[in-house]
Design a protein around this ligand. Structure first.
Ligand code: NCD
Length: 301
């Protein structure tokens, strides 16, 4: 049985097939509207979420499946009574055909998959991974007709705790001659394990400290918010890299601006009307990618 745990599990063929399926679902949704009829899929979130949970739930309903959900599992599930994650998953997998889970522990998805009899979909695990976000980020790049080989991408902001960046980096590494620029404060730099991962997969990684250091014709700028919930010491507070109209004027018409959302101050709302600002489109794409992922995984398990 296949679980969706981490971006290391995907290869070019899988990604191409998934994106084709998402395209087809977007064009002809009625073809799939009963494709998971009779299935029950749980969404269990131990951390806050807007887009991930609701786009998964919309995807479940659009495929004709039913959804059971706990949106605040950290407080509203038997976890408060001391139940282990493993026991919760063992029980839930007897009720359902798939479990979409977000958790604060980096290893939660691996732990859940180890005991689950139904597919686990990792909807974010601590500061570690957020594979379905990376899939929709790549899908958005694909929708802009940008080939993945030779892609140039700047990841910006909290590279230390940002799980979306950690997953995106792994997905980009699937392709050839990718160049990634890391724009962050020194104390929020990309952890060594991800830099090593990029080198191992022959991607180029270039740390930098200002937007001016990025090439004007870069393909993608991927900004992120500071993950305030993952640290407490105020002296860690990073410098913000704010994208405003002036920053955007440094980049070509072909450069696209992405953000997993929610944003704080790191993208000025003045930029929202710029045709290169695709973060709301990106969030919409998430539902189609998650539909494709649920359909493919649950039908083939
Ligand atoms: C991200 C997350 O939860 O990691 N949000 C999302 O799923 N779109 C990014 C974030 O919270 O900063």
């Amino acid at each position: 049985m296949k679980h969706i745990i981490s971006c290391e599990q995907f290869d070019r063929d899988y990604l191409e097939g998934l994106f084709q399926l998402a395209d087809d679902m977007m064009q002809t949704p009625e073809k799939y509207s009963e494709s998971l009829k009779g299935k029950v899929i749980a969404t269990m979130f131990f951390e806050p979420s807007t887009r991930t949970r609701l786009s998964f739930e919309a995807a479940i309903l659009r495929l004709g499946a039913k959804n059971i959900s706990t949106e605040n599992a950290r407080e509203a599930s038997s976890a408060t009574k001391g139940e282990s994650l493993e026991d919760t998953i063992r029980v839930l997998s007897g009720y359902t055909d798939g479990i979409v889970m977000r958790h604060f522990d980096k290893d939660a998805a691996i732990r859940a998959a180890a005991v689950s009899s139904v597919p686990i979909f990792n909807a974010g695990s601590g500061s570690g991974a957020h594979p379905t976000q990376a899939l929709l980020d790549m899908y958005t790049i694909h929708k802009c007709q940008k080939p993945f080989d030779h892609l140039t991408v700047a990841v910006v902001g909290d590279l230390l705790f940002g799980r979306t960046v950690h997953s995106l980096i792994k997905l980009l590494s699937v392709y050839e001659h990718v160049i990634i620029y890391g724009l962050s404060s020194p104390n929020f730099a990309l952890p060594k394990e991800y830099v090593d991962y990029l080198h191992l997969h022959k991607a180029t990684y270039i740390p930098c400290t200002s937007f001016e250091e990025l090439p004007g014709n870069i393909d993608v700028i991927y900004n992120t918010r500071t993950q305030l919930e993952r640290f407490t010491e105020s002296d860690l507070a990073p410098r913000e890299f704010i994208v405003n109209k002036k920053v955007m004027s440094h980049f070509s018409d072909e450069t696209i601006l992405l953000h997993p959302l929610p944003r704080n101050a790191e993208i000025d709302t003045d930029v929202d009307d710029d045709p290169r600002a695709l973060y709301f489109q990106q969030a919409h794409n998430g539902m189609w990618v998650r539909m494709a992922l649920l359909y493919d995984t649950i039908r083939n398990c």
